[in-house]
Design a protein around this ligand. Sequence first.
Ligand code: SF4
Length: 493
Amino acid sequence: MIIVTLNEDNFAYDIHSLVKAFYPEQEVKVFVKGQKDLESDFGLPAFFVRFETAKICCGLYKTCAPTGGENEDFVRESVLSAPDDRVAVKNELKRLLYDMLSGVTGKKLPWGTLTGIRPTKIAVQLLEQGKSEAEVRSYMTGTYLASAEKTALSIDIAKREMEILSPIHYEKGYSLYIGIPFCPTTCLYCSFTSFPICVWKKRVGEYLDAVEKEIDFVKEACKDKILDSVYIGGGTPTTLEPDQLERLLSKLKESFDWTNVQEFTVEAGRADSITREKLRVLQKHGVTRISVNPQTMNQKTLKLIGRQHTVEQVEEAFAMAREEGFDNINMDLILGLPGETKEDVAYTIQRVKALNPDSLTVHSLAIKRASKLSQWIIENGISTLNNTDETMEIAADGAYALGMEPYYLYRQKNMSGNFENVGYAKPGKAGIYNILIMEEKESIMALGAGTISKAVFGSGRIERCDNVKDVALYIEKIDEMIDRKRKLLGLEK
Ligand code: SF4
């Protein structure tokens, strides 16, 4: 465990996030000195942050017990020019801490002091304020110590995002998300709301009854708004049988005005759930974009991560989707999967390139504490699963070779190698909903178990409300879920 002691309760969350970015595999505890037993053997390194009048100081303790004194080689101090400006103090503190941690570990973080999940949001905001690219570059490298490469990527993506989102109605519009929380099996790394379909098969009808009740509510509540995009995700929506898909899609089509809908995505996802009949139902109802997600094209890894389908099934599902007329197919990949080398990644990219998808979403594996993967790592004694610059580059090169450009980016906590997830797309094939969910500029009404709705108000204020994750509870408490949405939208009876 890594500890950081503070002399006062200030910026603990920011300090924790930055230390964790340097030590992703370690547990990090940040606490005010005197609140815990400092004589305990915490192990090294142990750090401190001290706030003084118009000054901040941070460093490394000499011994594992913080009473052992400070290691002078790693003490950093800064006099604050604007001690009352909380944002300026936070940025200065993070730069100081970064410098010290970088000295101790010998590491540099590609995103510098930026630990949030939406680094491109900063570039978008600055460009929208009329700043030039050079000014954005200088702000991101100077304020956050982000690398030149990541800064350039942020600006590149921000410009593309702004262009793609230009037809969106923001204040007057909204998007719809429907979660189908069932999957053929549970992947080792899964941290989503997902339950094996075999367990819930008999209650899918009741689940759809509940979703339809939510659809009826949103139809009425948002009747004066413009529907911009619709996304059916999960889980795996194609675990639904063709008649169930038909029922859901018909209900959606008859309930809303589709005139302005610019994208209708169904995340087909797992190859072992895709059939020609299901694809025909999607096509019949005007789905514009689907995902066929291999994650990796290495059979040994697919088996290891609990995806009980073959590489050939992915290729067959993809070919079938093309035959059925889908001209916007995304593929999701994960880098940093257990046991995968850069050669494995290169092999995946080579097979994906042969399929020629329209977009690629490249994830860097994030190890969530609640996932089976986290347990698996402990049981198998694996301390690090690392994504590298090289594998990120192999994937990016593959995307560029397919004529794609990066169009959205987000980060998660505990990501392998502290990298990011990047969406690449051919011109005109970007996933609009993916950007909307990241940029938080438009309200999203989310239906189904474990989903989170978001209301974006004119002032930029954002409020959220969630649906329970448990499927049985969701069915049982559907009226309460609707009441939560009613409250979110300020429509209480
Ligand atoms: S397909 Fe996705 S949602 Fe389903 S178990 Fe795997 S990671 Fe989870």
